[in-house]
Design a binder for this molecule. Structure first.
Ligand code: FMN
Length: 226
């Protein structure tokens, strides 16, 4: 096992027993220009299952999706974030499903909160190819963070818009980190039960993330000698 993930596993097991938050490093490695990240952004559907993500990479991806950039003790979620949200509600939670278990990202602490010791990736992945990804990031909307005056259909619309904004940040961070990802929606109906979501929560998207395996080029397209 990769020593970094070995450490993560140890921490996860320790934290699972005590319920403590696991601090994340970073954000690190997000130094690519926005222009280059936009050019490199694409959907990846082939992942190297042996290439585990480091905690620094996970920290950078989570910070990009939901990290706090303008801390505010008066804000119920601890402040405004990297991604915009309707009413500044910071409505999106990000869950992490990995070999080590399932975790909830805490933007306030920039840490992982252990939720389940089970590896839920197989059930949450949807497509067979997504099961190879070492990590799945699941974006969950919290309807009760919107103003009371908003109707249920409005909340649904706001939730998907908020989720899409956070999701694009995941795409761009993955590009900057040299990782592959894709927005998927095929398994979100099972996610509510698997993640033990509340009545005011809704799973929106699942992002498998990992090192992308390039497509095999057909023989005719290969350069001589390759
Ligand atoms: C709302 C939405 C839902 C999507 N659902 C899926 C999905 O379930 N599975 C999948 O493989 N890709 C999904 N995608 C990714 C698109 O197929 C992909 O963005 C599109 O083919 C364009 O390719 P690109 O992202 O590489 O530019 C989704 C994208 C969006 C915006």
């Amino acid at each position: 096992m990769n020593p970094v993930m070995g450490l993560a596993l140890l921490l996860a097991l320790e934290a699972g027993a005590s319920g403590d938050a696991i601090p994340l490093p970073g954000p690190e490695g997000l130094t690519m220009s926005v222009g280059e990240a936009l050019v490199k952004r694409h959907s990846a559907r082939r992942f190297d299952s042996a290439a585990k993500l480091t905690r620094a990479q996970i920290g950078a991806l989570l910070w990009a999706a939901a990290g706090i950039t303008r801390a505010d003790p008066a804000h119920p979620q601890g402040g405004k974030r990297t991604a915009p949200s309707a009413f500044g509600s910071a409505s999106i939670d990000v869950f992490v499903a990995s070999e080590e278990g399932t975790f909830l990202y805490s933007p306030k602490e920039h840490a992982l909160l252990p939720r389940d010791t089970a590896d839920l990736r197989g059930k949450l992945a949807g497509a067979a190819w997504a099961k190879d990804a070492p990590v799945l990031l699941i974006l969950v909307a919290n309807f009760d963070r919107y103003p009371e005056r908003t109707s249920a259909p409005e909340r649904r619309d706001y939730a998907f818009a908020d989720g899409a904004a956070a999701g694009e940040n995941i795409y761009l961070a993955a590009a900057a980190l040299g990782l592959g990802t894709v927005l998927t929606m095929s398994s979100i109906s099972e996610a509510a039960t698997l993640l033990k979501l509340g009545k005011d929560q809704r799973a929106l998207f699942v992002f498998p993330v990992g090192r992308e395996v390039p497509e095999e080029k057909p023989e005719k397209d290969k350069a001589p000698g390759k």
